[in-house]
Ligand binder design. Structure first.
Ligand code: MG
Length: 466
């Protein structure tokens, strides 16, 4: 019998505030950070996981990860793998730590890091990338691996089983399709708020040339500026001259683009306010941007305000602009209510704000039942590496479709990972295929040594270690 013997935690911070990467109306000085954990078990087993923060406070998450990881020390990994739903319940149910959640905030994102590390170990032990481990599960095994507590009023275990069984026959074919085509992606890194107009225009042209046709822009600091920047982006993405050589414009009325306010070349623009508005203000502000024809407004208001999102969605109906949210939805119950209240057009799960793969599975199942596409959030370090696995699970095993989905892609910091995500010539994510990569989140030891806070070589040099 193997045993989890110990764990290691690293507080890793990248100085992205120096370049303006990641800036939006709410988050103006981000140092993309990783609260990173490695679980070790006897027999040489290892699993890596992380959660994402934007700088200060990362040490608090690291401390909390230690409290939760302690609960796994001494446990047999195989007994945990046999029922990952139960393992998840056990991990989240520390009777004392629970008080400072429950299932939200620091405690919950720390649980995300630990649960993801356990899933990474599981995938490595089986010699499969994480997505493949999960899509190869039987419907029963997948349901057993899911966090089901508190959501059975929206979806029962039996309903989930029936849905998964209905999708079983097509799994092989979908796996082959996505390996050939890649998974649809969109670009955020052209539209950070801290960038100049020239940088936005240059990056947008580069993104069009790289084959992308969905683009996201940050909004919310100044309506006039947003309209101007939105028009710059639209003038580029709607102009066929910037399309890659030989690529004809896409049909804006095709099923993949219908209802997305696609322009003449089939390009789609999305806008993201990162929670800056009150509800009436959100409605008024977004209406003032109608001219740039966004598909949706992302995070228009407080992430906990389910009925507020529903009100905004109702008020914007006439404009054809939808509502998306989820990167700050702290658990599956918030997603459950967003779906039940018909508050969202697009469900944006986060791979490590939700407490790891087991809780993500519960949201994928609910979103599929309610017919809402899942377009994961990935603006941060490590998130792109994670989310391609989740979207593959969604497409192959759960919803069975990727036609209208797009997975966020930001082109930052991938070089720190042993198995970085990558994009093909049509602007789509490639399918991770290395049997050793697990959940693709293992960071180079050299990167950790350089950027560990506060004593990594970069920080010592930059700030004198203080
Ligand atoms: Mg966002």
């Amino acid at each position: 019998m193997s045993k989890i013997t110990h764990f290691e935690i690293h507080d890793v911070r990248f100085p992205t505030s120096l370049s303006g990467d990641g800036t939006d109306a709410m988050n103006t000085e981000c140092d993309y950070s990783s609260a990173y954990v490695s679980l070790f078990a006897s027999g040489g087993l290892v699993g890596h996981g992380m959660t994402f923060t934007i700088g200060r406070g990362n040490e608090i998450v690291c401390q909390t990860i230690a409290e939760l990881a302690k609960r796994l020390v001494g446990r047999d990994p195989e007994s945990l793998f046999a029922n990952m739903g139960k393992a998840w319940d056990y991990m989240c149910a520390d009777p004392q730590m629970r008080w400072i959640g429950p299932e939200k905030g620091v405690v919950h994102i720390a649980a995300g890091a630990v649960n993801n590390a356990l899933w990474d170990m599981f995938a490595r032990v089986r010699g499969k990338p994480l997505w493949k481990l999960v899509v190869d599960m039987t419907p029963e095994e997948l349901v057993d691996a899911t966090a089901f507590r508190y959501i059975t009023d929206a979806i029962t275990r039996e309903e989930a089983l029936a849905m998964l069984k209905a999708k079983e026959a097509g799994k092989k074919e979908r796996e082959a399709t996505v390996k050939e085509l890649g998974y649809p992606a969109y670009v955020t890194s052209a539209g950070w708020l801290g960038y100049t107009d020239e940088k936005v225009a240059r990056l947008t042209k580069e993104a069009v040339a790289a084959g992308f046709n969905h683009f996201k822009m940050k909004v919310g600091a100044d309506a006039g500026n947003d309209l101007r920047r939105g028009k710059i982006i639209r003038s580029i993405i709607d102009d066929p001259q910037y399309l890659p050589a030989g690529q004809p414009p896409r049909d804006p009325n095709s099923p993949a683009l219908k209802g997305k306010n696609a322009g003449p070349t089939g390009a789609v623009l999305m806008i993201d306010a990162n929670q800056v508005w009150d509800v009436p203000q959100a409605i008024e502000y977004v209406k003032s941007l109608e001219e740039i024809k966004p598909w949706f407004i992302e995070e228009p208001t407080a992430p906990d305000d389910i009925l507020g999102h529903a009100a905004i969605r109702r008020a914007l109906k006439g404009t054809g602009i939808g509502v998306a949210t989820g990167e700050h939805a702290h658990n599956r119950m918030v997603f459950k209510q967003l779906l039940q209240a018909e508050a969202i057009d697009v469900c944006q799960i986060d791979s490590c704000r939700l407490a790891g793969v087991s809780e993500v599975l519960s949201v994928l199942l609910m979103a599929a039942k309610f017919g809402v596409p899942v377009c994961p959030h990935a603006g941060g370090v490590g998130l792109c590496e994670y989310v391609i696995h989740l979207s593959l699970i969604d497409y192959i095993a759960v919803s069975g479709t990727m036609e209208r989905n797009v997975l966020e892609f930001v082109d930052h910091l991938h070089e720190h990972f042993l198995y970085p995500c990558s994009i093909n010539e049509n602007g789509r994510y490639k399918v991770p295929s290395n049997p050793l990569e697990g959940y693709s989140i293992e960071m180079y030891k050299e990167s950790i040594a350089e950027f560990e806070w506060p004593n990594g070589s970069y920080w010592v040099k930059a700030k004198g270690g203080n």
